[in-house]
Every structure is written in structure tokens, then in C-alpha cells.
Design a protein around this ligand. Structure first.
Ligand SMILES: Nc1ncnc2c1ncn2[C@@H]1O[C@H](COP(=O)(O)OP(=O)(O)O)[C@@H](O)[C@H]1O
Ligand SMILES: [Mg+2]
Length: 430
């Protein structure tokens, strides 16, 4: 409307003012020069015609300009709308993303989405703003992150995802995949980081790897063990024979014999892996099996100033299991517990019904404990921290419990002690 008003006003004003000027000036000139009425009229008509035509041209030009102005205003509004829409789209994408999306400048957090705050254990993203990223990155990865920031600053490249570890508010550690790029934020260079929690994925992969190694080792065990056992018996026999004939090498042959014994122990552990396929499950009193195992350790415990304290829930149901195999598991765990307590202490053995279908056996020692990052290695073949260890005891135990459709959980605190929780189904063959 405003432009329409202007559209008529300017040419109209021009024509009006020019006409008044022409009439007045021509009147004065006409009188001064004493022109005839005829000549005077021709002058005026010519001048008025010119004014009228230029007025029309002016009108057309203004109209065209205003139309194009109008169009560019519409285009500008459309652009603004598109910008608002795309801004809203990106904002929602960032808020909806299950991954952490974070902006930082030289390691100082400028923005983090809700998922990111939640991943780190915070309610409100604002709690993280202004904090240093390095407060949340595991110390092992500080150097890598510094190098990546340096690389992005120099090359403004998009960096491929790498695996890192981050520390949450409660101190827990998450495995994450981190991708990053440099961006412009508020006219300054900053970095955008996308962080994906892969802790569960890694756990599943580890469990799969462990299960795989267990079954491969199990299937190889029987064959290899038998093959080795025979030549070993021959070796042992000859060493003993040499001993009888010639006593001069006795110290060496004693070592040889003890080493052969060690190989035999390893083979027996290995054979346990293959056995589960041929065992028969029966309903057994778990309390009896546990107590029988504890009795085996009586003398050893006294020598090591360790007290084994049992505590069994009354009236537990019988559990479908292979008694000798479970005994093997309890022996392995109690043996480890004793070996972890060089200065003595207590080992608590508790047995209770966890729910309708499960019983739980808990062994808690006051030993040296296991560092958190090493717990996942338990049960891997040959993982041992002992000079004379085989690293097979727990592997065999995990396999036996797996065959009973049970689970083993380990909780440990270095310097405080370790707890092994064995959860067994009451009926494992249903
Ligand atoms: N109760 C425990 N306390 C501390 N460390 C333990 C305990 N049980 C097991 N471990 C750790 O697990 C490793 C593997 O145990 P295991 O499979 O029985 O093999 P080994 O006893 O021959 O070393 C041990 O070397 C030890 O480091
Ligand atoms: Mg052991």
C-alpha cells in the first residue's frame, strides 16, 4: 500500500509543480516578449505535453523499481524463513541425537547437548559449560586428544573416529568413539566433537571373544592333552630311573621332575575343559559340595593364618549339577583366594537362594584384589599374575559354570579384597 501511494504521488507532484512553473514562467516571458496568444498557447502546450510525457515515464520507472524492490524483499523473507527452518532442524537433530555433541574452544566446553550431559551423569548441560574437556577425558588419552586438537587447528580437517575413554560424574569409565572437526562459532574457530558410547558393544565383543576362546580351547584340549600325557609318562619314568642309577645329578633331576609334574597339572586343567560334554547332571546338595571343598583347605588355611567362614541359608533346594565339576570350581576359587592373602585374613563363603530359580554362592576374600581393568582378563587362557601360575584355573571354572547355565561375577578392590559371585540355576537342564 505504501509503495502504491508513492507510485502516484511522485509523478503527480512532478507534473503539478512543473505545470505551475510552466504556466507562471511562460506567462511572465509571454508578457515580457509581448508574444501573441497563439504563440503563447503553442509554448505552453509543448511544455505541458513534455511534462505530462516525462511524468508518465517517471511513473513507469518508479513502478518498475518498486516492483523489483518488493520482489527482493519477498526473497529476503523467504531466505530468512529457510534459515530459521534449517536452524530449527539442526537444533532438533542435535537435541535428539543419542550421541554426545559438544563444541569447545581450546578444550573449554562451549556447548553440549542433553544426551552428552546424561552420558556423563549430569542432569543439566549448563553444568558442563566453561569446564575443561580434560576433566572428563581419561588421563591415558590426554596426549592423543592434544595431538588431535593440534592437527585440526593446523589442517582444519575432519578427523576419523578413534576409541577413547571418558570419566563420568560418578567416576565410572566409558569406552567411546570420538569424531571431531574444526568449525566457526561466533566468528571464532572452535571444534565440534561427536562422542558415541560403545561400552556395551565392547563388553559384548569381549564376552563373545571369551566364549570363542573357551570353546576353541575346549575342543583342542582333549586331543592335545592325551598326546602330551603319554610322552610325559615316558620322560618321568626315565628321569626316575636315572636318579636310581646315578645320584650325582639329583638336584637337576628333582627340578625336572617337578617341572614335569607342573606340565601334568596344566594338562589336567585342560582336560577339565573337554569333560563337560560327557558329564551327568544330578540333583545335589550344594551346601555339602561347598563344605567338602572348604574341608580340603583346612590345613592350608591354618598354615596361612586364614579363616574360612561359611554361612549357608537353611533349607536350600537341591541343585541340578555335576558335583565333581562344581567342586573343581570352588577349589580353584578358594585356592586363588588363599594365594591372594599372603598376610592371612578371612574368607567368607555364603550360600543363599537368589530367587525362585537360582542360588548364589559368594566367595569374599581380604586379599590383594584385582585392578578394575584386569577383571575382564579373568578366565582368558594363560592369564596369570603368579610366577608359578598356569592361568587356567578360572578358565576351567568359567567353562564349567557356563555348562551349568550359570554366571560368574567378579567384584574387586585392590588392597581390600575380591568377591566371586556364582549364580546357578536350580534346574539347569530345563
Ligand atoms: N581372589 C583373587 N584375588 C586376587 N587375584 C585373583 C583372585 N583370583 C584370581 N586372581 C587373578 O586371576 C589370575 C588367574 O587366575 P587363575 O585362572 O586361577 O590362574 P592362576 O591361579 O594359575 O594364576 C591370577 O593369576 C590372579 O592374578
Ligand atoms: Mg588359580
Amino acid at each position: 500500500m505504501f509503495s502504491d501511494l508513492k507510485l502516484y504521488k511522485i509523478p503527480l507532484l512532478y507534473v503539478l509543480l512543473s505545470s505551475i512553473y510552466i504556466l507562471l514562467s511562460d506567462k511572465i516571458v509571454g508578457e515580457l516578449l509581448n508574444l501573441s496568444t497563439y504563440t503563447f498557447l503553442i509554448h505552453i502546450t509543448k511544455a505541458l505535453l513534455f511534462t505530462f510525457i516525462t511524468g508518465i515515464i517517471l511513473y513507469i520507472v518508479i513502478r518498475r523499481d518498486i516492483a523489483s524492490l518488493h520482489l527482493s524483499k519477498q526473497a529476503l523473507e523467504e531466505k530468512e524463513r529457510q534459515l530459521r527452518e534449517s536452524e530449527e532442524l539442526y537444533r532438533r537433530l542435535i537435541e535428539l541425537s543419542p550421541d554426545m555433541i559438544l563444541l569447545h574452544q581450546n578444550g573449554n566446553c562451549l556447548f553440549v547437548n542433553k544426551s552428552g550431559a546424561r552420558m556423563l551423569g549430569y542432569e543439566d548441560p549448563q553444568e558442563l559449560i566453561g569446564n575443561s574437556l580434560f576433566d572428563y577425558i581419561h588421563p591415558d588419552y590426554h596426549e592423543i586428544v592434544q595431538q588431535r586438537i593440534q592437527k585440526m587447528t593446523e589442517e582444519s580437517a575432519i578427523l576419523d573416529p578413534v576409541e577413547e575413554k571418558i570419566i563420568c560424574k560418578d567416576g565410572s569409565v566409558l569406552n567411546v568413539d570420538v569424531a571431531a572437526t574444526s568449525i566457526q562459532y561466533n566468528n571464532q574457530s572452535a571444534f565440534m566433537v561427536v562422542i558415541r558410547d560403545i561400552t556395551d558393544k565392547k563388553k559384548a565383543e569381549d564376552a563373545l571373544r571369551k566364549a570363542d576362546t573357551l570353546s576353541i580351547a575346549g575342543s583342542l584340549a582333549a586331543g592335545v592333552a592325551h598326546e602330551i600325557r603319554n610322552p610325559l609318562t615316558v620322560l618321568k619314568g626315565f628321569i626316575q630311573l636315572f636318579n636310581q642309577e646315578d645320584h650325582s645329578h639329583f638336584p637337576y633331576s628333582k627340578i625336572m621332575l617337578s617341572e614335569v609334574d607342573r606340565i601334568e597339572t596344566i594338562i589336567s586343567d585342560f582336560l577339565m575343559l573337554a569333560k563337560p560334554q560327557h558329564v551327568h547332571f544330578h540333583k545335589n546338595c550344594l551346601q555339602e559340595i561347598v563344605q567338602h571343598t572348604i574341608n580340603l583347605f583346612e590345613t592350608q588355611a591354618i598354615m596361612k593364618k586364614v579363616q574360612i567362614i561359611p554361612n549357608y541359608e537353611r533349607d536350600l533346594p537341591k541343585v541340578e549339577c555335576e558335583a565333581n565339576q562344581l567342586k573343581q570350581v570352588f577349589i580353584n576359587i578358594l585356592k586363588n583366594a588363599l594365594e591372594a592373602m599372603p598376610d592371612g585374613g578371612d574368607i567368607h563363603v555364603r550360600l543363599w537362594r537368589q530367587d525362585d530359580n537360582h542360588v548364589l554362592i559368594r566367595f569374599s576374600d581380604q586379599g590383594i584384589g584385582i585392578p578394575t581393568e584386569k577383571i575382564e582378563k579373568l578366565g582368558q587362557p594363560f592369564y596369570t599374575t603368579k610366577e608359578k601360575g598356569t592361568g587356567l584355573g578360572l578358565m576351567v571354572s568359567y567353562n564349567i559354570i557356563k555348562n551349568h547355565k550359570g554366571t560368574i561375577q567378579v567384584y574387586s578392590e585392590p588392597g581390600i579384597g575380591t568377591t566371586f559371585d556364582i549364580l546357578l540355576p536350580i534346574l539347569s537342564h530345563v
